[in-house]
Design a protein around this ligand. Structure first.
Ligand SMILES: NC(=O)C1=CN([C@@H]2O[C@H](COP(=O)(O)OP(=O)(O)OC[C@H]3O[C@@H](n4cnc5c(N)ncnc54)[C@H](OP(=O)(O)O)[C@@H]3O)[C@@H](O)[C@H]2O)C=CC1
Ligand SMILES: O=C(O)C1=N[C@H](C(=O)O)C[C@H](O)C1
Length: 238
């Protein structure tokens, strides 16, 4: 496949290595320094774009792809206030759009188990549920996209909680997501159910970015022959 990399940072570079090893061609690499070159690409010279940039840049990049016939796989986080607009653009243009807050298969299994555990734990009101996410110091958004997806999986069962809150454990009516930033942590997410007498935890620790990159390349291959808006549950049948 002819793949356009939008974002050539930590993720873009990891994806490039994997895509080349799988026999794909990288037709272009877009970052801050050459963002205007995006306009050189369209559905006739690009089979799919893989977009890992920045909260401020993601919607514009995804919109460009959807209005120029390029199937787009996006992993950027921190821009989902515009997600419904992106879905509409995809529908209007009969485009192909794949989004995941986390492309690793392991994290998506973690999401699945998280939803199941929450559906059971909601009956046991003596346990308080909280989420903790830890990432490297360069991360610009918080809470992490994965942390938010994890919260949504819990809130689907916990009707008594009024949404999630960032870094505010005192606000007991909401599900607290604590964000920590430490050197070189790729991505750690832990859900804790704590009572006076004991504690239950479900966690995922990424050892490298390879899992994210593998999932993103797999999504680009999977999206090629499709039209519509998709996520990891569609691809993995979870
Ligand atoms: N869904 C998932 O599985 C994962 C998602 N992510 C998310 O992916 C995103 C990128 O992460 P990561 O690669 O670690 O970040 P990096 O900061 O390492 O890389 C970001 C890249 O985007 C480029 N960029 C920034 N702004 C623009 C712009 N306006 N136009 C074009 N390119 C731009 C940067 O260019 P320059 O260097 O020139 O500024 C850089 O090449 C983040 O939102 C992160 O949360 C990360 C890992 C996994
Ligand atoms: O910025 C990162 O690095 C990561 N971002 C994603 C997120 O916000 O959930 C996924 C992963 O945890 C790494």
């Amino acid at each position: 496949m002819k793949i356009l990399l939008i974002g050539y940072g930590k993720m873009g570079k990891t994806i490039e290595q994997l895509a080349l090893a799988k026999g794909h061609t990288i037709v272009g690499k877009i970052d801050h320094t050459n963002a205007e070159e995006l306009q050189n690409y369209n559905g006739s010279n690009t089979d799919a774009a893989i977009e890992f940039t920045h909260p401020e840049a993601a919607f514009g990049n995804v919109s460009y792809c959807l209005t120029n016939g390029i199937p787009v796989v996006s992993g950027s986080t921190g821009w989902l206030d515009k997600f419904d607009e992106a879905k509409q653009l995809c529908d209007q243009n009969k485009g192909a759009f794949f989004y995941a807050s986390n492309y690793s298969v392991g994290v998506n299994l973690f999401f699945h188990f998280n939803e199941y555990i929450a559906s059971k734990m909601k009956e046991y009101k003596e346990y308080e549920v909280t989420i903790r996410e830890i990432h490297h110091l360069q991360k610009v958004d918080k809470p992490s996209g994965t942390g938010i997806t994890t919260a949504e999986g819990i809130l689907a069962s916990y009707n008594n909680l009024e949404g999630w809150v960032a870094d505010n454990p005192e606000e007991k009516s909401k599900l607290n997501i604590t964000s920590e930033r430490e050197p070189d942590v790729v991505g750690t997410h832990i859900v804790t159910y704590s009572s006076e007498v004991d504690q239950i935890e479900l966690g995922h620790i990424a050892h490298s970015r390879t899992g994210f990159a593998e999932g993103a390349v797999m999504a680009a291959e999977w999206l090629k022959s499709r039209q519509g808006v998709y996520g990891m549950k569609d691809m993995l049948n979870l």
